[in-house]
Write a protein that binds this ligand. Structure first.
Ligand code: FE2
Length: 144
C-alpha cells in the first residue's frame, strides 16, 4: 500500500486514534493506542516509527507523541469524514453502536465523491424533515 502520498487504511486508523487520544487526554501513549485499536504494542511501535518517517508525527521526550501539521491535517480530514458518515447514519435513524463499528469498517474505502454525496443526502433529509419522517415510517425492516 503506498504510504508516501496518502496513508494506508491502517495508518489512517492510527492517525485518527492518536488525534482522538491527544484531543481527549492531551497525550497519546503506545499502551492506550494499542488497547483502543486492539493491537499489540509492538505493532503500534512499528507503525508509529513508520508514521514518523513519513512526517505525520514526532516523538518528543517529555510530551510523547505529537502530530506534525501534516499529520494533524490528515487526522482532521479522517475525523471529518467519520463525522459526515455519523451524521448520515444518524439522520436515517441508525443506532450509535452500530454506526461506530460500521463506520470504522467502511470509512477508509469511500471516495471523496461518495462522502460528499452522503453529506448532501444528510443535508437533504435535515432540510426536509417530513420526507425524512416518511422514509423512516416506510422502512420495512424496522419493527414498530
Ligand atoms: Fe473513524
Amino acid at each position: 500500500m503506498p504510504m508516501s502520498s496518502a496513508p494506508s487504511q491502517s495508518a489512517e486508523d492510527y492517525l485518527e486514534r492518536i488525534h482522538e487520544l491527544i484531543e481527549e487526554k492531551g497525550y497519546a501513549r503506545v499502551v492506550d493506542i494499542a488497547s483502543s485499536l486492539e493491537v499489540k504494542q509492538a505493532s503500534v511501535t512499528s507503525m508509529v516509527q513508520k508514521l514518523g518517517e513519513l512526517g505525520f508525527l514526532n516523538y518528543e521526550k517529555y510530551r510523547g507523541l505529537i502530530l506534525t501539521d501534516k499529520g494533524r491535517a490528515v487526522a482532521r480530514g479522517i475525523q471529518q469524514r467519520h463525522e459526515t458518515l455519523a451524521r448520515f447514519f444518524s439522520v436515517l435513524g441508525l443506532d450509535a453502536e452500530t454506526q461506530q463499528s460500521d463506520i470504522e469498517g467502511i470509512e477508509h474505502h469511500l471516495s471523496p465523491a461518495t462522502v460528499a454525496m452522503l453529506a448532501d443526502l444528510a443535508q437533504f433529509f435535515e432540510d426536509h424533515p417530513a420526507t425524512r419522517k416518511q422514509f423512516l415510517k416506510s422502512r420495512k425492516s424496522v419493527k414498530r
